[in-house]
Write a protein of this length. Sequence first.
Length: 267
Amino acid sequence: MRPHLAIFRIRFVNSLQYRMAALAGVSTQFAWGFMEITAFAAFYQVRPEAFPMTLAQTASYIWLQQALLYVFFVMLSDNDIVSTVIDGNIAYEMVRPMDLYSRWFSQIAATRLAGALLRAVPVLTVAFFIPYPFGLMLPPSFAQFAGFIVSGILAMAVTVAFTNFIYVSLFYTMSIQGMRIMMYGLVAFLSGQTVPIPFFPEPLQRVVELLPFAAMQNMPLRIYNGHIAGAEMYQGIALQVFWLIVLVAAGRALIGNAYKRVVVQGG
């Protein structure tokens, strides 16, 4: 674990240097968050009882989504990993006495966590002071907050494990663009990024909540705002653990197969 923790620390510290990029991202997230909440508020004024979450819960969901976008946005690309595979430098990575999958996992997690830290603090601070029901409310109980922390860590791990599939696909396609185009809309919709999953039609919702995408941002954000609580919260966390194990195992198997097929040309 020591080499992977060292990689995590180095990448985390390096990513904290991009403060101006984070500032630009904060302004974008504020604008997008206000726009989404305003749009939802217009619908709630017509018939609030028709929605599965209250406006305050929906607003909290959106503010947390914007603050933690860097953690849960699957299509966030690590250009270092992409160039390593495409340029052939992956040969150096393969001969190092370190597991490549774990190295990528640590690198991606550190980048996402550092980027979220720079953006989350200003977004959440301002959102707390926005008047009810348009701001970020406190979780209903300490148990909900603790569940949110645990679920958030698992959600990031599931997201990183799924992202690794996209990078492993480079061994077969040598281009990340096709995979990104195919997966962007699918993941954004099924993970609750476009519309929260509780707003889906009930038959579709039952299916989506069993998929790995629901184990990403959907679970911790709904635990925080109190929409998922009690036994349902523990079941949701257990489902996240299940999908994390499945995705990591499948990712390792895929990268192991890629090792047998990879060809690095050049002198």
